[in-house]
Each structure stands twice: as C-alpha cells, then as structure tokens.
Ligand binder design. Structure first.
Ligand code: SF4
Length: 287
C-alpha cells in the first residue's frame, strides 16, 4: 500500500501559534487559565491541555472567578467580550489569528465610511460571530447562493451606494468564486462595489492540494474534527473525485474497508496535529 501525506498537513500557522502559546501559558501557574471555546477542533489536543490545567468555557458567563487568564483562540471573539474581560480584571492572552484580525480591521475601516457589508460565511461559526461585531449595523451574513441572491435583490432595491464583500478565512475558494461572479453580474452597477477575498492562503492551499491529491489516489483520508468547518470543506472537495473518509484519528478508520486500496492519500484540517496524521500513515503501512 502506498501512502501519500499532503505537504500542507498539520496545524496552520494561526492554530500552531495559539496551541504553542497555550502550552507556554501553562508553564506559569500564577493564575487559573481559561480558554474561550475549544482552542482546536481536536479532542486529543483539548484533553492534553486540560491535563496541563486549562479549563475550557463555552461563554464568558460560565467563568465565575475574576483575576484569571483568558486565552482567546485563533477564531477570535465578539469585540464586546474584551470589555467584559477588562471589567472583570481578566488578563487576556489573545491568540486571534493575524489574518482574522486583518478581516476585522477591513470591516471596521469600511463600515465607518458608510459601506454596507456582505460577510460571506457560516452564521454560527465563531469567526463570523467575531467578525460581524466589527461590521457596524449595516451588514448581512450570507452562507448560501439562495441567501446571496436574496440579499443582492434587497441591496438593489435600497438606496445603498457602497458595498464591501468580505469572507470567512476558511470558506471554500470555489464557492466564493461563484459568489463573486453572481455579485458582479447582478449587483446594481451604480453601487460602488469592493470585493476583498479574505480567505487565507493556508486554507486555499489545503483545498487545492486536496483536490490535486484526490485525483491521484484511490482513497483520500481527511483527518480532522468532525465539527471543524475547514475539515468538512476538504472532505467535500475530496469526495468529488475519489472515495473519501473523514476521521478524527486512527481508531475511527474501518480497517476492513481501507486495506484493499493500493494508493491512499492523507490530508488534514488546519487544527489537526501532524503527529496524528503521521501515526495513521505508520499504522496503515503495516496493514
Ligand atoms: S486557517 Fe488561516 S486564518 Fe484560520 S487560523 Fe489558520 S492561518 Fe489563521
């Protein structure tokens, strides 16, 4: 059996920065450490960090003590949370990915000069919740083509002069290309349109590599959290071209199913440690 591991497998730089930083913080035990939300969509990493003393809270209201350290993960947060943390004397350790921060800055800059904003992405995704808090009042979060067409009709009927389009850093490149085409073709030409593709290269390159690899192998295994949006997108890309599996670790793999394939590719979501991918490759080689 031949195994090919994607070059882009393992953490992206934003997640690596957050995870390494969180481990670093555990070296200093002067304050209790909380992290808002899962730092990565990966149970192995979460369990290890819990052992090192980090408590994961789903919301700031769950945290009852004051004077703690609060880790912000790479997805970023709603800007209101910074104010609450300040009032409660939390020491904020901010690992919001610089590329997510850049999207926040773009949203801030343009909503302040009167742009309506189309924020393309998944409504309930933490990154979109964070970014939307930088969009002022005049914005729409758009996830599907149907929603996009509806919002364009809406914008065309209102007296909107300027429109900015930004996008979740982990959104599908091909889907965004389609959205961009629809916007350019159907928006009222009098509207001053600014499209800023904020999909990050780490995501885009992973999707491109997944597509390429899925045309070279018989089976592509996508390793990542089942609730991770960028992992699910890789699986979607892979499934179009070859048999594909989405697994969190080696234990999830149906060995009876995979053992008959000659050429297997391995790709991973941005929040999967490379060690898990390597472990899968090593064990599959022994089948
Ligand atoms: S996927 Fe891109 S934007 Fe998101 S954390 Fe990783 S490097 Fe940053």
């Amino acid at each position: 059996m031949e195994i090919i591991i994607a070059k882009e497998a393992g953490f992206c730089f934003g997640v690596k920065r957050a995870v390494d930083g969180a481990y670093n913080e555990t070296q200093n035990k002067d304050k209790k450490i909380y992290c808002l939300g899962e730092i990565v969509h990966n149970n192995n990493v979460i369990n290890q960090l819990k052992k090192e003393g980090i408590t994961f809270a789903q919301s700031i209201d769950e945290i009852k003590e004051d004077n703690i350290k609060l880790i912000i993960r790479a997805h970023g947060i709603d800007r209101k949370i910074y104010n609450v943390a300040k009032k409660r004397n939390f020491e904020v350790i901010d690992f919001t990915c610089p590329l997510v921060k850049k999207t926040h800055d773009i949203a801030e800059k343009y909503h302040k000069i009167g742009y309506y904003i189309f924020l393309i992405g998944s409504k309930n995704h933490p990154e979109i919740i964070g970014t939307s808090s930088h969009c002022g009042k005049n914005y729409s979060v758009i996830e599907s083509e149907e929603e996009l067409r509806k919002e364009i009709n809406n914008i065309n009927s209102l007296k909107i002069e300027k429109l900015l389009v930004i996008v979740q850093t982990t959104f599908s490149k091909s889907k965004f290309a389609l959205f961009e085409k629809i916007i350019r073709e159907t928006i009222n030409p009098k509207i001053n349109l600014l499209i800023n593709n904020t999909i990050c290269n780490a995501t885009g390159n992973r999707q491109l590599e997944t597509e390429k690899l899925s045309k070279m192998v018989d089976l592509l295994i996508v390793v990542g959290g089942k609730n991770s949006s960028n992992t699910k997108k890789l699986y979607e890309v892979a499934s179009k071209n070859c048999k594909s599996l989405l697994v969190e670790n080696y234990e999830d793999i149906d060995l009876k199913f995979v053992k008959d394939f000659d050429k297997i590719g391995l790709v991973s979501g941005a929040s999967t440690p490379i060690e898990i991918v390597n472990e899968i490759a090593d064990k599959l080689k022994l089948l």
